[in-house]
Design a protein around this ligand. Structure first.
Ligand code: NAD
Length: 478
């Protein structure tokens, strides 16, 4: 805990870093693609040299299995760097736009300039990926960055801090560690862009603070993402995909399927296939899932208690425990827990679960499932499993979600050609690849006019008959 005096000096320190980064950001407006690529290459080679340290940090933070760290923390970041390096020159190039007839004689181009200074606030659940991923977008656009990693994953946050201090001058990129009060101070500074990943509740606080400085925001938030299974889905295939998507990172994934909507007549087969998939992936030797080296743990006691309370609440209100339910507070292990007969009165159907609990709700008609989704805030992702293209198209058009995946889940995060993000309660703005680059860029429309006589000269006052005729024809024809 800092004394008021040391707090004051720490906050002054933040101001100083910000002001220095402001100067750098002005200098970086003219950064070439090669200079930006050099910054990204430094990060890539550091990651290559410190892969084991990254795995160890995640292991220490919440028992994350090493292969999961490789696939969901390291690979997405190196892929993002490689994709950006390959495309950056093209993204940075001013793009010509066609000239509308009334603007004949002029030419128009869209320039992309770096917004300037940026603040990146990241969550604990993918603490490496979701901190360095946005940084790549910031650097590719040419922005400086102050990073505020999560206090809940101290090993990874410390490693990120070490990495940044080895690679960058604090005037370029700096990590500021701390809890809410540090975030609150940072949010007072007039950044040019804030990239926040976290809960909708904190997202609102960030957006309010940003409004004071009219700072643009990208909000990557969460919520309850549904998985809808249609009658004609392949239930074995769907169950395997859903189980992996849910239980990677122990269900602590913003885009994990939060709950399942299944036709009444198919619930039994689904549960059977889910149990088979769980056994196959997490308990092949029949020793119990708790012994699996491939299942991460709940991040801390607070979340462990929240999740056990969620299970107890559901069961006490009449939910049926179909699988799991065992919790071990010493290791913060919670069984993959499947619940049916869930109702809206239960916490499990009210809040984002963010853990290994899987409620299943039945529906009588697909319309009913669509209506249910539409009665809730727009989800970050919607997963639909079915074979009929017309029905798939109907679901896509009748619902709204940040992203959607057909016949799989979670994987869209890795597709760098797609914009990633939410809508309203699940987020504002998009990330990844070109969309991440744009989030940190200002698209500046530039019009070049010829010198001397041009179309517009004829429209100047005094407005004679000729000018009036031209104006009338503009309205009539264009
Ligand atoms: P959180 O909102 O509690 O915290 C996120 C960050 O905000 C942390 O760095 C934290 O220190 C900071 N913070 C907390 N309270 C603050 C306040 N009052 N003012 C300013 N900053 C504050 O989220 P979390 O628990 O770290 O992460 C889980 C949430 O993040 C879930 O809702 C999940 O769905 C969401 N999430 C979204 C994405 C995405 O890409 N859309 C990715 C991962 C997680």
């Amino acid at each position: 805990m800092l004394s008021p005096h040391s707090k004051e000096s720490e906050f002054k320190h933040l101001d100083k870093i910000f002001k220095n980064q402001l100067l750098t950001s002005i200098a970086w407006r003219t950064s070439t693609a090669s200079e930006k690529i050099a910054r990204l290459e430094k990060i890539r080679s550091w990651i290559k040299d410190h892969q084991q340290e990254i795995r160890n940090a995640l292991k220490n933070d919440f028992g994350k299995p090493e292969p999961e760290t490789d696939i969901s923390e390291i690979f997405p970041v190196t892929a993002e760097i490689n994709h950006t390096i390959k495309n950056l020159k093209k993204w940075m190039k001013p793009k010509s736009v066609s000239t509308p007839l009334p603007m004949l004689g002029t030419s128009g181009k869209v320039y992309v300039e770096p917004k300037g200074t940026s603040l990146i606030i990241s969550p604990w659940n993918y603490p490496f990926n979701l901190t360095i991923g946005p940084l790549i977008s910031a650097l590719s656009a040419g922005c400086t960055a102050i990073i505020k990693p999560s206090e809940m994953t101290p090993h990874t946050s410390e490693l990120v801090s070490q990495m940044i201090s080895e690679l960058f001058d604090p005037n370029e990129v700096a990590v500021v560690s701390g809890e809410v009060e540090v975030s609150t101070e940072l949010l007072k500074l007039p950044f040019d862009h804030i990239f926040f990943t976290g809960s909708p509740a904190v997202g609102k606080i960030v957006m309010k603070a940003a409004a004071e400085n009219l700072t643009s925001v990208t909000l990557e938030l969460g919520g309850k993402s549904p998985a809808i299974l249609n009658e004609d889905a392949d239930y074995k295939d769907a169950a395997e995909k859903i189980i992996w998507g849910k239980y990677v990172n122990c269900g602590q994934t913003c885009i994990a399927p939060d709950y399942i909507l299944v036709p009444e007549s198919r619930q039994e087969i689904l549960i059977m296939e889910m149990k088979v998939a769980l056994q196959k992936m997490y308990d092949p030797a029949y020793e119990g899932i708790e012994k699996s080296p491939d299942m991460a743990r709940v991040v801390n006691d607070k979340h462990f208690q929240r999740l056990t309370r969620t299970i107890e609440d559901a069961i006490s209100k009449g939910a049926k425990l179909e699988f799991g339910g065992k919790c071990n507070p010493n290791t913060r292990y919670i069984d993959p827990t499947i619940l049916t007969e869930v109702t809206e009165e239960m916490l499990v159907m009210q809040e984002e679960i963010f853990g290994p609990i899987f409620p299943i709700k039945t529906y009588k008609s697909l319309e009913e499932a669509i209506e249910y989704v539409n009665s809730k805030p727009k989800p970050l992702a919607l997963y639909f499993f079915g074979k009929n293209p017309e029905i798939t198209s109907k679901v896509l058009h009748k619902t709204s979600s940040g992203n959607a995946v057909i016949n799989d889940c979670v994987l869209h995060f890795l597709h760098l050609g797609l914009p990633f993000g939410g809508v309203n309660n699940s987020g504002i703005g998009k990330a990844h690849g070109y969309h991440g680059f744009l989030a940190f860029s200002n698209e500046k429309g530039v019009l070049t006019q010829r010198v001397g006589l041009n179309n517009v000269t004829l429209l100047r006052p005094p407005y004679g008959i000729k000018a009036k005729k031209i104006i009338a024809s503009l309205i009539k024809w264009f």
